[in-house]
Design a binder for this molecule. Structure first.
Ligand code: PEP
Ligand code: MN
Length: 458
């Protein structure tokens, strides 16, 4: 791909071989080829001047919370869309997604008796890895859609040309999303104080109805009791921390938002608090690992069923050589059918080596399938099973599941089947809106939070 200018600043890191652009010397897969090098350079030049989206002190605060999660003192809830798109930068969608995440976190805080680290997959989740570089329909072949950060989803030659100006739009949309989320959190969501106002009709449809009703009533009375006792609003949302994450895939964009911060040593990715490396770009000698090893953010890496124990240990050597608390998370995404076989050897290797990581279960990406009526879906029972097996496998290995990573929305979509209302393949036709992976809807998301609590109480 075309190379933008090398930034002039010198790394303050003691590792002089790393620079924000040192990834360029490594194999960089999943990257678009921009047709116009001048247009690319001009967009990156503009991005390098724009204000960052997060700050270094927020990044350190999150790292501290993740370190606590590693010690079993917190639980991580990370969730949001598979991919955001520019058209969905809309107040209702953003506030509903934030609301379901906050409601889930309240269920978890109350049920697990642990503070929750809240992280959204949003305000920057605009780039997608693809299994093929091109897409063919009939006798027409075009470049694949790589997320709104890169090109457009329409199946036309014009839409599929990578456009560097999209990086500027993504930065603006991320900033707008972030601004709104920060304002909502500062202002507070009134109905979070009143679980009785939540949309919980679905609870009656579950075989666990009475258990769920008890859980909801418990949360309600706990909140009221604390408010009466303390005379204040307990869930004072002004004091809630909320963090963002996205897959650090399009490295020129990430590089342009990588900054040195006055009076801090080293470099920070200031486009998000908690970038992760996807499964397809996790090669040890690849560009993505090279890039993320040098930033001071907490980082995560997806771990799929083909990863071998020694590979994982070498990734730790590269990404967290000093065994820094809170620095590195492994998000395993094996699939309900494979996790019992694939996860334990990894847990044992990391444990044997005494390495500090946060283990997180992504119960979505190993469970994707296609239905006979042509939808990409995930079955709720498989998602549930992967979460539940994760808890058991960690317990058996003497390690700890410290969080979950979910694709979800606050809307009433029908993309994953099952759940309390037992959505079927036919229901998928009603409200399937994702242009990429299927998400849990509002009800299914809350149900998973309750199932996590139930599992932990057993
Ligand atoms: C994703 O998180 O949307 C994704 C593509 O996941 P993975 O890299 O685990 O396949
Ligand atoms: Mn996805």
């Amino acid at each position: 791909m075309n190379s933008p200018n090398v930034p002039a600043a010198v790394s303050a890191s003691s590792d002089t071989s790393w620079r924000p652009d040192s990834w360029r010397a490594r194999p960089a897969i999943q990257m678009p080829t921009y047709p116009d090098a001048g247009a690319l350079e001009s967009a990156l030049g503009e991005l390098r001047k724009l204000p960052p989206l997060v700050t270094s002190w927020e990044i350190f605060a999150l790292k501290k919370q993740l370190a606590e999660a590693q010690e079993g003192k917190r639980f991580l809830l990370q969730g949001g869309d598979c991919a955001e798109n520019f058209d969905d930068c809309e107040s209702g969608l953003i506030s509903n997604r934030l609301k379901v995440l906050l409601q889930m976190s309240l269920v978890l805080v109350h049920g697990l008796r642990l503070p929750v680290v809240r992280v959204g997959r949003f305000a920057g989740q605009y780039a997608k890895p693809r299994s093929a570089d091109t897409e063919t329909r009939g006798d027409i072949t075009l470049p694949s859609y790589r997320g709104d950060l890169v090109n457009g989803p329409a199946f036309t030659p014009q839409a599929r040309v990578p456009d560097p100006q999209r990086m500027i739009r993504a930065h603006s949309r991320s900033a707008m999303t972030m601004n709104f989320v920060r304002a909502l959190i500062d202002g507070g969501f009134a109905d979070l104080h009143h679980p009785e106002y939540w949309n919980l009709n679905w609870v009656d449809y579950s075989p666990l109805a009475s258990e769920y009703q008890r859980m909801v009533a418990d949360i309600g009375s706990a909140v009221r009791f604390m408010e009466t006792l303390a005379g204040v609003e307990v869930h004072n949302l002004n004091r809630i921390d909320f963090y963002t994450s996205h897959e650090a895939l399009l490295l020129p964009y990430e590089e342009a938002l990588t900054r040195e911060v006055p009076r801090q040593s080293g470099w920070f990715n200031l486009s998000t608090h908690y970038p992760w490396i996807g499964m397809r770009t996790a090669a040890l000698d690849g560009a993505h690992v090279e890039y993320l090893r040098g930033v001071r953010n907490p980082i995560a890496i997806k771990v799929g069923p083909s990863v071998q124990p020694d590979q994982l240990l070498r990734l730790i050597d590269v990404l967290n050589p000093d065994d820094e608390p809170g620095r590195l998370s492994f998000i395993h995404r094996m699939g309900a059918a494979q996790i019992a076989e694939k996860l334990p050897p990894l847990l044992e290797a990391v444990k044997r080596d005494g390495r500090r990581v946060l283990w997180v279960c992504d119960a979505m990406h190993g469970n994707t399938e296609s239905t006979s009526n042509g939808f990409k879906t995930r079955r709720f029972d498989n998602i549930r099973s992967e979460v539940e097996q994760s808890f058991d496998l960690h317990a058996a290995a003497g390690t700890r599941l410290g969080g979950v990573h979910l694709e979800l929305t606050g809307e009433d979509v029908t993309e994953c089947t099952g759940g309390a209302r037992e959505l079927t393949d036919v229901d998928l036709e009603r409200a399937y809106r994702s242009s990429v992976d299927p998400r849990l809807n509002y009800e299914q998301s809350l149900e998973i939070a309750m199932l996590i609590v139930r599992k932990q109480r057993q």
